[in-house]
Design a protein around this ligand. Structure first.
Ligand SMILES: Nc1ncnc2c1ncn2[C@@H]1O[C@H](COP(=O)(O)OP(=O)(O)OP(=O)(O)O)[C@@H](O)[C@H]1O
Ligand SMILES: Nc1nc2c(ncn2[C@@H]2O[C@H](COP(=O)(O)O)[C@@H](O)[C@H]2O)c(=O)[nH]1
Length: 220
């Protein structure tokens, strides 16, 4: 895993919630997150940088910022990523500035990233909620990748090989959802997000009351 140089943000540093969704390729995380956002406009996705080529109808700045290896290297040297990782032989990273600016103003941000990135985010933001999506079976995972029809057979094989290592990380996550029936997995995702918002709001208001009783202003 790449070396990082970051400090953990103290709990309550930021008013926005940070959710991280990881899954082996094809388990259905993008589909779930897309469906979630139709119900919940408060969840704002983060657009990652990647050195992989666009596929299908993907657009620069919408699904990803598609950058060269050199551009990615420059961002790494400038410490511009909150996390980055090699995934399926390509590099992917989350820009630090854009993420911090959004959670600082109270936006709930959702990162769809791999497990290596998720664990780096948890180190930097201990309040981040890590959610892992599992497919119901290996056969179904393969079928979803094949039926999606967007990756070459050798890419599908690489993603399936990597899936074993990814799934071995599941215990490090705060929540696990099995995406068998789509609607049921979506309900689980909505519930986790709702529960976290309530918990965080309660913690903040308790803290505000404590500061109020001491007659001092609440730091952001
Ligand atoms: N519960 C489900 N039942 C059947 N098919 C599903 C289900 N969830 C997602 N799919 C389908 O599986 C395929 C893979 O889903 P999706 O692209 O969302 O996966 P992903 O985890 O985001 O993959 P990647 O990391 O490669 O982007 C898609 O064709 C999607 O429509
Ligand atoms: N560590 C990071 N992983 C990321 C990021 N953005 C996406 N990803 C993960 O890469 C794989 C492959 O994605 P694909 O779009 O090429 O199918 C998948 O697991 C994504 O979650 C990132 O910024 N950091």
């Amino acid at each position: 895993m790449p070396m990082r140089n970051q400090t953990a943000h103290k709990s309550m540093d930021y008013p926005g919630n940070l959710f991280v969704v990881s899954a082996p390729s094809g388990a259905g995380k993008s589909s779930l997150v897309r469906a979630l956002r139709e119900f919940d406009a408060r969840v704002s996705p983060s657009v990652s940088h990647t050195t992989r080529a666009p596929r299908g109808q993907e657009k620069h700045g919408r699904e990803y910022y598609f950058v060269s290896d050199q551009e990615f290297d420059t961002m790494v040297s400038n410490n511009a990523f909150v996390e980055w990782a090699n995934v399926h032989s390509r590099r992917y990273g989350t820009a630090k500035k854009a993420l911090e600016e959004r959670i600082q103003v109270g936006t709930d941000v959702l990162l769809e990233i791999d497990y290596q990135g998720a664990l780096q985010v948890k180190e930097a933001f201990p309040n981040a909620v890590l959610i892992f999506i599992l497919p119901p079976s290996w056969d179904e995972l393969r079928a979803r990748l094949e039926n999606r029809g967007e990756d070459a057979p050798e890419v599908i094989e690489l993603r399936l090989t990597n899936a074993a290592e990814e799934m071995a990380q599941v215990a490090k996550f705060d929540f696990v959802i099995i995406n068998e029936l789509f609607e049921s997995a979506l309900f689980d995702l909505k519930t986790i997000i709702h529960a976290q918002r309530l918990k965080y709001a309660a913690q903040r208001s308790r803290r505000a009351e404590t500061f109020e009783s001491l007659n001092i202003s609440v730091p952001n």
